[in-house]
Design a binder for this molecule. Structure first.
Ligand SMILES: Cc1ncc(COP(=O)(O)O)c(C=O)c1O
Length: 362
């Protein structure tokens, strides 16, 4: 074996290769939990010519549609194969070994991995156990060594930073020539956005994805929105052909038919209200969330792993229990439409009763 470069030596990446598609309920990765209407899939596939399969993709129509949907221009947009590639591109363009990268903890796991990969010093700002994150805590850690401030909003806590607090962070970062990434992966489940601020702040990059509310995680599309100078810099490390023609066509369809994502967001809200009612009836706390995932607090004596493993055996994948403040011991469920959540709760109730009554017997 040939040794990789030194920065990669201590990086361990484990691929989860377990088959999930068609195997039950995927409530563990915050994707869309129900299939897209087959009519949509057929219509898009039928619209693709065989020439589009043999030629390299032409993405201008998608660029134009994304630009229009954000209210900005083509020069403000860069498409990536998933927003994950967008995050990595930011590191490629801006981060040198020894630079500091400020991030919230918990947050999107790849922020931590890319920091290690590019030799950055991770400055992780932790939440309080009640999910509060005083914004001054973030601002205090921004200094001349800071290159990037990574904010997922909504974050993996299911909570958000307020617009005025984000502006304060962007202004603090600007004083030290640092960039702020506003990762809006869960946009649409939460309507707030910093896209309208792109023209005001030249150190702001907003990242969006088609993997969550738009529902096409398998097609791998994300995009950055920023001032043209930043987009040109990100363009320097772009893949020659960033996404496939097939992916582009689906994304175009979804932008032409916003009712698809809007309907799904409404379904998720309904599903969330239902889970809250059912969990409350079981005496369990559901932590408020503005996203398509919720955290459930189990009683201290209930073994969360046992609950998660038993659900998996019945074909329902959820995530957790988590470690670290503020998620310690919580389990996470990706929310889908109410009908699906009814199926979930029918199984969850039985599993929870079993695990709960076994501790009462002990
Ligand atoms: C906050 C956040 N950012 C980025 C991503 C990456 O999404 P994708 O690469 O599918 O666009 C995720 C995925 O879960 C996420 O939660």
């Amino acid at each position: 074996m040939i040794e990789p470069k030194s920065l990669l030596k201590n990086i361990i990446r484990i691929e989860d290769v377990a088959a999930r598609i068609g195997k039950g309920m995927r409530l563990d990765r915050n994707e869309r939990t129900t299939p897209l209407d087959t009519g949509i899939v057929k219509a898009v596939l039928n619209s693709l010519s065989s020439e589009e399969m043999v030629a390299y993709p032409e993405l201008e129509p998608l660029y134009e549609k994304i630009a229009r949907s954000t209210g900005l221009t083509r020069e403000n947009i860069l498409i990536f194969s998933g927003s994950d590639t967008g995050v990595k591109s930011l590191f490629e363009v801006y981060v040198e070994p020894g630079d500091e990268v400020v991030m919230l903890k918990p947050s999107y796991g790849m922020y931590f991995v890319y920091s290690d990969m590019f030799g950055a010093k991770k400055i992780a700002i932790e939440y309080d156990c009640d999910f509060r994150l005083p914004v001054q805590r973030v601002i205090d850690r921004i200094n001349p060594k800071t290159k990037l401030v990574l904010l997922a909003n909504p974050n993996h806590t299911g909570t958000v930073l307020q617009e005025e607090d984000i502006c304060r962070i962007i202004e603090a970062a600007a004083r030290h020539d640092a960039l702020v990434l506003l990762d809006e992966a869960y946009h649409q489940f939460y309507p707030g956005t910093m896209v309208p601020y792109v023209n005001q702040f030249d150190n702001l990059i907003v990242l969006r994805t088609f993997s969550k509310a738009q529902g096409i995680a398998g097609l791998r599309i994300g995009y950055a929105v920023s001032q043209p100078g930043n987009i040109q810099n990100l363009h320097k490390v772009k893949l020659t052909h960033e996404i496939t023609s097939v992916s582009a066509r689906f994304a175009e369809y979804l932008l032409d038919h916003p009712e698809v994502a809007q309907g799904y967001v409404r379904d998720v809200e309904e599903g969330k209200a239902y889970i809250k009612e059912e969990m409350t009836a079981l005496g369990l706390e559901m932590i408020p969330s503005v996203t398509n995932f919720v955290f459930i607090r189990l009683p201290e004596k209930v073994n969360g792993t046992d609950v998660v493993v038993r659900l998996a055996k019945k074909g329902i994948s959820i995530k957790g229990p988590f470690k670290g403040v503020p998620l310690e011991g919580l389990i996470r469920i990706t929310v889908g439409p109410k009908e699906q959540m009814k199926e979930l709760m029918d199984v969850f109730r039985d599993v929870y009763d079993d695990v709960h009554s076994s501790i009462i017997r002990d």
